[in-house]
Design a protein around this ligand. Structure first.
Ligand SMILES: Nc1ncnc2c1ncn2[C@@H]1O[C@H](COP(=O)(O)OP(=O)(O)OP(=O)(O)O)[C@@H](O)[C@H]1O
Length: 434
């Protein structure tokens, strides 16, 4: 947050009804003339952080619960939204001056690898880093060398399968086995990010960036595997084109940013209205990529950053209104669990074997040549083993040959008669004896 020039806001974290942020706007501040606009605006959120808050507190209260649910097998998203220059990148990535200024992404990596140290559970972590600039996707991790131009990066395109799942073509997934490797990937991606100067903010990021951690977790002896992903999203800042005095390339960027944020807002509004049959995800690359992360089976946290000085009040109130829309969306996180691929292969092999036997049974069912003496002797042996085995689950397996199966049935029938006759004789003997 920018330092406050006029104290027109107050934060109340003690209120029983939840944390609140209130703006008191003296009438003379509203454009300098008396009008009918409201003088007080009060918003309630899960947490409200004032400008002196420590990065650690933000991480503990906003990010940690999402990471815990991602480690348990649910998808998660944390995204920073707000006017340009209000601290989104500072919140997500952090400041370079002090170690304590580390933002949510590096802290998430530390916490994540700390949690996955448990040797009894097998974790695999992959990282991807996508940049969306002027409605085009770029892989921030593809180039192992520093990119000098945006075109040096691999272009990422979006594809949809028959089940409407989104796939990102050319977005690399980099394996990272520890915190150091993951941080190196973050730094590589950050170097590759497009940085342009605007009159509003000397280090403004003009693109949306999505840092995604893909996790696979398997517990020993467990037939299933859990897979989840955590999107950490630093959105480009919204800005009023007239106010920022942009022109040329920067104006084009601002238009793209504002348009994609507008589409994001449309999606959020549609999600917050429960009776809306259609959610317009396809309008932009950003909403298409975040499709499974805004509504649906995901735990989503939005961090809204605002400036509290008078000059930015209008944007700040608009950001708060948008955040309240987001807060009413109800997601139903679903556990992402699949059968372990190795076990799946074993099951499929067994199924193929059964199907092969069934097939040859159908084909060979027409054979009418007689069984040889050796074959008959072998079948007697198999039936004996089958009958002698006390295990009720034991199977009599004679191969896919209808003649052999029929012979075994006949032989079992003979055995059945023999046993019955024997029992009758024994019973008759006992009666006579009595
Ligand atoms: N809480 C904070 N403490 C100290 N400095 C901060 C804080 N928040 C932001 N800043 C500083 O304010 C400036 C703007 O912040 P930042 O780049 O994070 O804004 P942004 O919202 O990401 O902007 P843009 O949308 O233009 O990328 C940076 O120099 C940053 O270091």
């Amino acid at each position: 947050m920018e330092p406050c020039r006029t104290p027109v806001y107050s934060v109340d974290n003690e209120d029983q009804a939840g944390a609140s942020l209130e703006f008191a706007v003296p009438r003379d501040i509203i454009n300098g003339f008396v009008d009918n606009r409201r003088e007080y605006y009060k918003f309630r959120f899960q947490n409200v952080f004032d400008q002196w808050v420590k990065q650690e507190d933000i991480f503990e209260k906003t990010a940690k619960p999402v990471i815990d649910s991602v480690l348990a097998g649910y998808n998660g998203t944390i995204f920073a939204y707000g006017q340009t220059g209000t601290g989104k990148t500072f919140t997500m990535t952090g400041g370079a001056e002090h170690y304590s200024d580390r933002g949510i992404i590096p802290r998430t990596l530390s916490y994540l690898y700390e949690c996955t140290e448990d040797r009894n559970v097998h974790f695999t972590t992959h990282i991807s880093y996508l940049e969306i600039y002027n409605e085009m996707g770029f892989d921030l991790l593809e180039s192992r060398n520093e990119a000098y131009r945006l075109d040096d990066l691999q272009k990422v395109t979006i594809m949809e399968d028959l089940d409407h799942n989104i796939h990102l073509k050319n977005l690399s997934l980099q394996l990272s086995i520890n915190e150091e490797e993951a941080l190196n990937l973050l730094f590589l991606g950050d170097i590759n990010r497009v940085i342009a100067k605007t009159p509003m903010n000397q280090a403004s990021t003009r693109s949306h960036c999505i840092f995604t951690i893909h996790i696979r977790k398997r517990e020993p002896g467990c037939a299933t595997m859990r897979h989840s992903k955590l999107h950490l999203v630093d959105l480009a800042g919204s800005e009023r084109v007239s106010k920022s005095g942009l022109s040329g390339q920067l104006l084009t960027e601002a238009k793209y940013i504002n348009r994609s944020l507008h589409y994001l807002e449309q999606v959020i509004i549609a999600l917050s209205e429960t009776d809306r049959p259609h959610i317009p995800y396809r309008n932009s690359l950003l909403t298409s990529v975040l499709r499974d992360s805004l509504g649906g089976n995901c735990m989503t946290t939005m961090i809204a950053t605002i400036a509290v000085d008078n000059g930015n009040l209008e944007e700040s109130i608009s950001t708060c209104r948008f955040s309240q829309r987001v807060a009413v969306i109800n997601n139903n996180p679903i556990l992402n669990e699949i059968l372990d691929p190795d076990l799946l292969i074993t099951h499929l092999k067994m199924e193929v074997q059964c199907l092969k036997e069934e097939l040859s049974l159908v084909k060979e069912g027409q054979r009418n040549d007689r069984l040889t003496v050796e074959e008959i002797e072998r079948l007697h042996e198999l039936v004996k083993i089958f009958l002698d085995d006390p295990d009720p689950e034991v199977a009599l397996s004679v191969g896919a040959d209808m003649r052999k199966i029929q012979y075994c049935f006949c032989w079992l029938k003979v055995m059945f008669y023999i046993v019955n006759i024997y029992m009758l004789i024994t019973l008759g003997y006992k009666i006579n004896f009595l």
